[in-house]
Design a protein around this ligand. Structure first.
Ligand SMILES: Cc1ncc(COP(=O)(O)O)c(C=O)c1O
Length: 457
């Protein structure tokens, strides 16, 4: 398996050709999922004692399996939070794989980690956090949120011995991403949700905190604000919440996994004021910074606290802490030990294009949301649920019931035309099903948006 022969060389050329086609193509088809039984029928047994051969396996991939995926970078993929990795970043993902770098410790991955850190310096500079703040790339927003809140919890426990035997408590709003609750479950931490899908403000936190019992107040250690909610692109009152946290001695975490890219956009940067006061921030380069999957980032004001929480110890790891191996060790600041240098594709793309191009591509996402807003306003059968926020647009097709939205989503997907999924918007006690766009891909056009809207009639 590890020797070089003519078959390997031919296979390498085939794989390179596929990668070149994929990277340079402007027309991707929106694939559709198939039932597992159907995929099995199409491709047969692929894992056998003797192997089915590279050419055969690769052909099955191209002919059947690849087509059962939805390319996340399709310009009419506007559901969930899509992605749109730059071609340079995708290319360098190949280099990252081919280079076999262990990205946990400087001793083994100095060159790769150096590049990651250069990209990270740019991201940290966008936040305006004080000198000494820094971060590390993670597998995504969930892992970044988990790493940050574990750090916060460990810090809280270190403050008072009483806290060591207590179950922690955090507060956030119902607009926060599902990963906050998931991560709290992993940590066995309780969550109190402030009942607003709109902008979370310090006033609401003040009201909620005043209703806590003394014991709950003692267990409360962090507030999670959102810098761009997944559903609607809403940015919480970061400055007000920062001051609230300072007053109540609470850790201030900002989940900007989706919205963080917009820190680079001058037109909306002011909406994030206060983020610079955060103790930790999550930003996902695989969302609005055009990195391939998977690439999240967690940034800390005080890196030593993250190190206290995450640094692993074992006699087999002692060598990494030796003088001769000194340098930045990403394993010390988040939950993962062995890791891919997943910030490397972002570094290459940033180095190649420069940060100005990132700024314009992100501004384009914001502009597309405004264009969609205008097209919706111009159509008497459509209505904005709220003004576009960041690159999210929520709108209703007047007269439609929830099942009409679902049917429309499936029809468009089935035709390979677009993927736009419905969501729910809460007003009072009522959850209304509406349609939602989230723009990331700068290649999406006004015509794409118009065609999708037209398909509702
Ligand atoms: C605000 C927010 N936080 C966290 C996440 C989770 O990120 P990931 O899917 O990279 O783990 C998302 C994903 O959409 C998100 O939008």
């Amino acid at each position: 398996m590890h020797k070089i022969d003519i078959e390997l060389v031919e296979m390498t050329l085939d794989v390179m050709k596929y990668a070149i086609d994929r990277i340079s193509s402007t027309k991707h088809e929106i694939g559709k999922p198939q039932k597992e039984e159907e995929l099995k029928r199409l491709v047969g047994e692929t894992i056998t004692a003797e192997g089915i051969g590279g050419e055969n396996a690769f052909n099955l991939w191209k002919k059947h399996l690849m087509k059962a995926n939805v390319p996340i970078d399709h310009p009419r993929h506007l559901a969930f939070v899509p992605a749109s990795p730059t071609r340079a970043a995708v290319m360098f993902d190949l280099v990252t794989s081919a280079s076999s770098i262990h990205g946990a410790y400087w001793m083994e991955g100095a060159g790769g980690i150096y590049c990651e850190n250069e990209a990270m310096k740019w991201i940290v500079s966008l936040t305006g956090m004080p000198e000494g703040s820094f971060g590390v790339f993670t597998s995504g927003g969930t892992a970044a949120n988990l790493s940050a809140i574990v750090t916060a919890r460990e810090f809280w426990r270190s403050l008072d011995n009483k806290n060591r035997s207590e179950k922690g408590l955090i507060m956030t709003s119902i607009g926060a991403h599902s990963s906050i609750k998931a991560m709290a479950k992993v940590m066995d931490v309780d969550v109190i949700l402030v009942e607003t899908e709109g902008r979370l403000e310090a006033k609401a936190l003040q009201r909620t905190i005043s209703q806590l019992t003394e014991h709950q107040r003692q267990r409360l250690f962090a507030i999670v604000a959102t810098g761009g909610t997944t559903n609607a692109g809403i940015i919480d009152d970061l400055d007000g919440i920062a001051n609230f946290c300072k007053q109540h001695h609470l850790w201030f975490h900002v989940d900007a996994a989706y919205g963080g890219g917009a820190l680079a956009a001058k037109s909306v940067r002011h909406l994030f004021n206060g983020i610079e006061k955060a103790d930790s921030i999550t930003i996902d380069p695989h969302k609005w910074m055009f990195s391939p999957y998977d690439c999240g980032a967690v940034i800390y004001k005080n890196m030593n606290l993250a190190k206290d929480a995450h640094s692993q110890h074992g006699s087999y790891l002692d060598i990494f802490k030796d003088e001769g191996a000194h340098g930045f060790n990403p394993a010390d600041y988040q939950i993962q030990l062995t890791r891919r240098v997943r910030g490397l594709p972002l570094w290459f793309s940033l180095a190649l294009h420069g940060t100005n191009k990132y700024e314009s591509a992100i501004e384009r996402g914001l502009e597309l949301a405004q264009i969609a807003g205008r097209l919706i306003r111009e159509n008497p059968k459509l209505e904005l649920v709220r003004e576009p926020s960041l690159s999210c647009v929520l709108y209703r097709r007047i007269g439609w019931k929830p099942e009409d939205y679902t049917h429309w989503t499936y029809e468009n997907h089935k035709k390979g035309f677009a993927l736009v999924a419905p969501t729910k918007w809460k007003t009072g006690d009522n959850f209304e099903t509406v349609s939602r766009f989230c723009f990331i891909n700068p290649d999406t056009t006004e015509q794409d948006i118009q065609m999708i809207l037209d398909s509702m009639f």
